[in-house]
Ligand binder design. Structure first.
Ligand SMILES: [Zn+2]
Length: 239
């Protein structure tokens, strides 16, 4: 049986990532999202058309993928990725691609994967910048909290207010899918690295992320041992 990839978010990063993964023929997909297709999404969420406006992204994405990748196995699970459901959604999953559009979900994805020992790739895009961070082995060391310690205290920019270039989302989704396929194929060379593309200069770079001393998730004395809801209330941001 092919490995299962959980894709969080059917937005600007999630749709190109999902297409590449579905067409690879190397995995099954479990999709989770709770949003509907809006006109302002169409420039970056490349599998939706005007005919999909008002439809659930989950249904539209599943249909678009099945039409293009015949035979692909897709589980579409409506709703958000929440502290209460996270571990259940990770059951049987070999790898997570996080294409969430807010910090709260991103930190939750990281913590849930770290606790469950599931590898995770985080893709994000905002304005001109696309990033893709591949956590260390089994979703930690280094983890997303080694990069960004905790949720931002105040409001963070999001694509609706700060904007994002459509192709920049495609870069992030492509990098995330590529990292996922490498990982599933046994290549760990990108573990613990962050790729970043700046569309305003065309520059691409990859850095090694150092494990953070005292990291709440993967440090010597981790403070995170469960997924308490209060920890994941935060401002929106991202793709
Ligand atoms: Zn960490």
């Amino acid at each position: 049986m092919l490995p299962m990839v959980l894709l969080i978010g059917a937005g600007g990063v999630g749709t190109p990532a999902a297409l590449a993964l579905a067409l690879s023929g190397r995995c099954r997909l479990r999709l989770v999202d709770d949003d509907e297709v809006e006109l302002s999404n169409l420039h970056r969420q490349i599998l939706y058309t005007e005919a999909d406006l008002g439809r659930s992204k989950l249904e539209a994405l599943k249909g678009a993928l099945e039409a293009r990748a015949v035979g692909v196995e897709i589980e579409a699970i409506p709703g958000r990725f929440l502290p209460e459901t996270a571990l259940e959604l990770l059951a049987g999953v070999s790898l997570v691609v996080d294409g969430a559009d807010n910090f709260a979900t991103r930190f939750l994805a990281s913590d849930a994967c770290g606790l469950a020992g599931v590898p995770v790739v985080h893709g994000a895009a905002l304005q001109w910048r696309a990033t893709c961070f591949v956590a260390g082995s089994e979703g930690k060391r280094p983890c997303y909290r080694c990069l960004f310690e905790d949720l931002p205290a105040g409001p963070a920019p999001d694509c609706g207010t700060a904007g994002v270039l459509g192709p920049v989302c495609g870069v992030s989704g492509g990098l995330a899918a590529e990292a996922a396929l490498r990982w599933l194929g046994g290549d760990r060379s990108q573990a613990g690295t962050m790729a970043s593309f700046d569309g305003s200069t065309g520059r691409f770079r990859r850095i090694e992320v150092r494990p953070r001393r005292g990291c709440l998730l993967c440090g010597e004395e981790p403070g995170i041992r469960g997924l308490e809801r209060a920890r994941y209330t935060g401002a929106a941001c991202g793709a």
